[in-house]
Design a protein around this ligand. Structure first.
Ligand SMILES: [Zn+2]
Length: 408
């Protein structure tokens, strides 16, 4: 038995067991289809003591993140989100020349470019060398490293500290959670601010987003639990926003516990109380999730079986990591979905891990005119439906699988 990555208690309680799947970003080339493919248990636990929902570390982060095919700049919605965030935070915390913004997991520089444009010093920290080099090419200084206490100490020794320390969609990816948060405490200047965005467990559960569980996401956070984790490292959450991104995320604003000039907003108390009322401080709340996931699987398969029995053709849209949890857990292969399309040239020509569905560029949809387009990145459905609206010309319809199968 393994133990909680935050508090160390033995993990006894299952949150949801999604069987075994390959790593969600291990897309295959044609030549690999006849080779053995590693599958790993995808079993989420909830800690009985601190209620952190988490996966065991069955795969090392080095194996997952050192050659990472996700380039943030290929999503327009995400770029708009990043640009709006930069404008907001520059104004709110009066960032200007002489201040420094550091982003952990800075990807291809999609966010830091907006600070550079305003003349603010930036530094990216990104473990995947291939995406980091894309950032460097566009003029974003980036160190290729995993973040933790050691990296933070090295930077501080070079005289580097953060006025604003940003971590978007990275907290879930961190196996050594205490080392990571402790590193943030070290790198943050005495009056600096950390903002972090991560998917909100309450939304994951309310909206049945089981497909956001995959091996790269080691932890799944409620506000109550994340507040405890920061507090254990001398950091205080002084504001929180609920965002629509990634199916519902939290953006927390964090300061040193001693930096009391920044008062704690009412939104912090309000969200803590709302989660408490919803049951997030009782194990029972977490144990109810598995059965709802199974029920959703049955509904998705029911839709696909009926569509095929009616002679319909189904193509996928997107090849996101979450799609691979859904496809593998439900057992959906090219017997249901002929192919999928993705705008990222880094995925075209590949096959989905485990389920071996071929990935093409979006123009394939125009050539084959499928009856249904099954949207795997359901969180981007508005963007996808706008881009692909021409499927209506031949009577094509959109399908989203989460929170419930729905034809649009
Ligand atoms: Zn725990």
């Amino acid at each position: 038995m393994s133990s909680c990555r935050f508090c160390g208690s033995v993990l006894r309680s299952t949150f949801v067991d999604l069987g075994t799947t390959p790593l969600a970003n291990n897309f295959l080339k044609a030549a690999q289809l006849n080779q053995m493919e590693p599958f790993y248990p995808l079993h989420a636990y909830v800690c009985d003591l601190c209620f952190l929902v988490q996966l065991n570390e069955v795969v090392s982060p080095e194996a997952i993140f050192t050659d990472y095919p996700y380039f943030s700049s290929y999503s327009e919605t995400w770029l708009q989100h990043a640009s709006a965030y930069a404008d907001m935070v520059i104004e709110r915390f009066r960032l200007g020349a002489g201040r420094r913004v550091i982003e952990i997991a800075s990807n291809d520089g999609y966010l830091l470019q907006y600070f550079v444009a305003k003349g603010i010093s930036v530094l990216g920290i990104e473990p995947a060398a291939n995406v980091a080099s894309a950032a460097v090419k566009r003029g974003i200084p980036t160190v290729v490293k995993f973040f933790g206490e050691q990296t933070a100490r090295e930077l501080v020794a070079e005289g580097i500290g953060a006025d604003l320390l940003v971590g978007n969609n990275v907290l879930a990816h961190v196996p050594r959670l205490n080392d990571f948060v402790s590193g943030m405490k070290i790198l943050l200047k005495s009056n600096g601010v950390i903002t972090m965005e991560f998917p909100h467990l309450m939304r994951l559960m309310d909206e049945n987003q089981f497909d956001t569980i995959y091996h790269e996401h080691f932890s799944y956070f409620s506000f109550i639990t994340v507040e405890k984790i920061f507090a254990a490292h001398g950091l205080t959450i002084f504001d929180v926003e609920e965002l629509p991104t990634h199916g519902g995320s939290l953006r927390v604003y964090v300061r040193h516990a001693g930096d009391t000039a920044k008062t704690v907003a009412d939104r912090v108390t309000e969200l803590r109380e709302r989660e408490d009322r919803a049951g997030f401080t009782h194990l029972k709340q977490y144990l109810s999730f598995g059965e709802r996931v199974t029920e959703n699987k049955r509904r998705i398969l029911d839709f696909l079986i009926r569509a095929k029995q009616d002679g319909k053709t189904i193509a996928g849209y997107g090849a996101p990591a979450k799609g691979n949890t859904l496809l593998n857990y439900c057992g959906i292969r090219s017997d249901f979905i002929d192919y999928t399309v993705d705008r990222s040239p880094h995925k075209q020509g590949y096959f989905t891990p485990g389920t071996h569905i071929p990935i093409y560029g979006p123009e394939k949809v125009k050539e084959t005119r499928p009856d249904y387009l099954f949207i795997l990145p359901w969180n981007l459905k508005e963007e996808v439906m706008e881009q692909m609206s021409y499927i209506r010309d031949w009577g094509g319809k959109f399908v989203v699988p989460i929170p419930n199968v729905e034809v649009l």
